[in-house]
Design a protein around this ligand. Sequence first.
Ligand code: G16
Length: 548
Amino acid sequence: MADLIPVVVPPQFTREGNTNHLHEHKPILVGRPYSYGTAGFREHADQLPFILYRIGYLASLRARTTGKAIGVMITASHNPEQDNGVKIIDPDGEMLAEEWETYATELVNASDEEFPTAVRALETQLNDPPLGSTGSIVVCGRDTRASGQLLTQAARAGATLFRTQFEDRGLVTTPQLHYIVYVLNHASFGPAGEEGYYRHHALTFKELFDKLSKSLTNYTPKLHLDCANGIGAQKMRKLERKLPNGALNIHFRNETGVLNHECGADIVKISHKAPAGFEDVPVNERCAVFDGDADRLVYFYKKEDGQIELLDGDKIALLIAKFYKEHLSSLGLEDECTFACVQTAYANGNSTRYLEEELGITPICVPTGVKHLHHEAAKYDCAIYFEANGHGTVTYSDRFYELLERSDSEAAFRLRVMSRLINKIVGDAMADLLAVELILRHYDWSVQEWAAMYEDAPNKQIKITVFDRAAFITTKDEQKLIQPGSLQVLIDEAVKRRGEKARAFVRPSGTENIVRVYAEAASQADADLLAAEIARATDDYKDCDSDS
Ligand code: G16
């Protein structure tokens, strides 16, 4: 019986005793409530030991309730090295179910005195799930941040509070941990563990690679890869070693410096500049960029004029959508197979137009956050979802595979293999990169030909640091502010002044204490001016707090 076991918290993992990885005592911030944001809790690493203890416990409770493996990923992804974070991975490799996000927020915000009572209340509410049920296990992974090791200890202490089994998988990419959890709960899917991940992806890649033409005119296997100085460097090297000879010629860059510093997908996407360490890369050569935990991918190439041409998540989505759409048409499955493309408000207006006008696909717009995109995509037999920042994948129903089984044509073969290669569990920079490379090879396209699918509408994104991001509340589609209403009036006026092609919105980030300003307009100069004007207006509201 859970309530007979005392809730004993190791002193260094209480709010009062919060001790960081350098053994320094770090008092936690008072006044600001913690919330399970877009991708779990993200804070300065000093604030996290007590949170990890509590989340370790919650993951064990989720494992006991489901009788399954549950993941705890310790990462702050694209955020600076001194930050860290944690999110729970559900049995199907998906993000944590929404009602459990609420439990997480309640547990983390309880005081040290309230914590044992909160634990007992949750155990009772969930009918005292059995201790040590077969299959229930917490599997933990972390990125390369220095604070990760201590945070793993805190998660272990919390997870084993009620004797749940805890397994530390060490350094992994975020998508690898999703894969590991999924395979632990679905043994028939593919080979288990990190080694299994490489085997699965390398063998599937080879299956399709072997069937594609080797006499190419425009596609070249040479690729420069920015690893954001993160976990993706060592893991992509391992995967690359297992790929067929000559399939990819990757020039690894930014492997061991300061994580995400002047490099990585977020910086390249927001600044529209090449990462540090790419100064000697020749113009027109294909470059790919991961983020700190290798769950985002964008591409770019340097142009003669010193600028870069960015191929972001939207361009990746459209390349994949074109491939799928053409294959489904050639198989005559367009009507039978429900097919969709899911985006967010950050999707470039011209990508949305291309989807509708050139590919005949009506895009679906959902709020930011992989969990929202994945949830929507899962409603279709086959759906491509991507955020402009480079998160995304393709999801499939069992019916999709059944439909493909009806044909033994080359097209059906290609779709079957592609569908196994792309990580249907979660957006995965390494798997997405392999998929993009094979599709480019299939079309014999250079990166310039891919870029020419459509021209991005000029756009600009700016981050504004605020006192309390909860003071900014948007409509469900995130394109209008409900609060502060007076700021939305200013945004509407500014957009109107920039003409018909302009659009802009302000939304609070769910991963940093900032709000994001996004603007599009007819010219880059107009987009820059519009974003700057709205940023100035937003800055006047930066001290607002959610209670006022
Ligand atoms: C996380 C989420 C993404 C989201 C991004 C930015 O990515 O997984 O879905 O787009 O944060 O979110 P926000 O605009 O709310 O800060 P990552 O790569 O940081 O894990």
